[in-house]
Ligand binder design. Structure first.
Ligand code: TXA
Ligand code: MG
Length: 329
């Protein structure tokens, strides 16, 4: 299959591009599109055969449910039931935006592979003009996980999508770099108090200002069923990644030590380390691009320098997973 990428910005004929994307999705094909968080790999959420193509293209385990994208709160409410007041308050406060709400799905609405057979569904309204234009034209919810190969960093550029999906999907809408750079916060509103299953741009503190107490899934282990996706390896570059405290002396020593073994090292940091063979920026919006750039090098090992105090919670969550919780020592 040939994969075509089309630019959708202010200067080109967007109408033609959107109608092609809509046609592909109506035909049961998979289309990649930008959201404000990361690129998504979208299919008609009511079409099980189309949704199966997402799992196949990503190599995603079928017990890991997908997020459903809709154009508005009103559309979302057509597909869920027993919606809590807190979920409604979150919709008003954070949609469109980087917050996915887990709610009870109405039976027999979405294709069963979207929810991996669960009775709940994760829904969000993306805050991106291209995603919203596509949803408005299609007039159907779009099931879309991040558009990366399963286990790899999520795509924040159309070229990342092409790298992972070339030959596997017919069409990519290129809306430029995604603003946020990491995936949405996932909040389970079916439990009381609500539980953050995946941290993201919308923080615990911001949620608590709107709906009161919110738990982190790590605080509820053993009680609440966790997000199925959390048990799988994530965001991992090819070379082993280690976390290290952002302390210049410590990092310089680590680089010397690794060079002493005739190995090459890539460093992800906010600061310049002249001795590193490769240096890439460490920030929420650049994390996945930096991890992917490490894969383009011959580095034997990657060090990510994290601030000892007050590292961004969502960034830390992704880094810990990408490093499989390994610290350099
Ligand atoms: O920002 C995002 O959320 C991006 C963009 C494309 O919207 N999407 C995304 O999807 O990150 P994905 O499939 O890579 O991550 C979905 C996460 C997984 O951890 C999955 O297990 C969880 O949401 N999830 C989905 N439905 C769920 C449900 N019913 N119950 C618990 N967790 C659920
Ligand atoms: Mg993903």
């Amino acid at each position: 299959m040939e994969t075509k990428t089309v630019l959708v910005d202010g200067d080109v004929n967007n109408e033609g591009s959107y109608s092609q994307a809509v046609d592909y999705i109506r035909e049961g094909q998979v289309v990649a599109f930008p959201t404000e968080t990361v690129y998504g790999l979208g299919a008609d959420a009511m079409n099980a055969d189309a949704v199966a193509k997402i799992f196949e293209a990503k190599g995603r385990p079928t017990d890991n449910p997908l997020i459903v994208h809709v154009d508005s709160k009103e559309t979302a409410l057509e597909f869920v039931e027993e919606v809590s007041d807190k979920a409604l308050q979150c919709m008003d406060a954070f949609w469109p935006g980087a917050l996915t709400l887990i709610m009870h799905a109405k039976p027999d609405t979405f294709a069963t592979n979207v929810t991996a057979g669960l009775s709940t569904v994760g829904i969000r309204v993306p805050d991106h003009p291209v995603a919203l234009s596509l949803l408005k034209r299609l007039k159907q919810p779009i099931a879309a996980p991040s558009a990366n190969k399963s286990g790899k960093p999520s795509p924040t550029l159309a070229e990342h999508v092409l790298f992972d999906m070339n030959g596997k999907i017919p069409f990519i809408l290129d809306g430029g770099p995604t603003k946020v750079g990491i995936e949405s916060t996932v909040l389970d509103t079916t439990s009381s108090p609500p539980v953050i299953l995946r941290p993201g741009q919308v923080t615990k503190e911001q949620l608590e200002q709107v709906i009161g107490t919110v738990r982190l899934s790590s605080e509820t282990q053993g009680n609440t069923p966790k997000s199925p996706g959390m048990k799988y390896a994530h965001y991992a570059p090819s070379a082993p990644l280690y976390l290290i405290e952002h302390n210049s002396k410590l990092i310089e020593k680590a680089i010397d030590h690794i060079h002493g073994k005739s190995k090459k090292i890539a460093v992800l940091s906010r600061e310049d380390f002249a001795a590193a063979d490769y240096l890439f920026p460490l920030s929420v919006d650049k994390l996945y691009d930096s991890l992917r750039k490490c894969d383009q090098t011959d580095a034997d090992l990657i060090l990510a320098c994290v601030l000892p105090e007050g590292e961004n919670a969502a960034l830390m969550n992704r880094l810990e997973k990408a490093a499989d919780h390994k610290w350099f020592s």
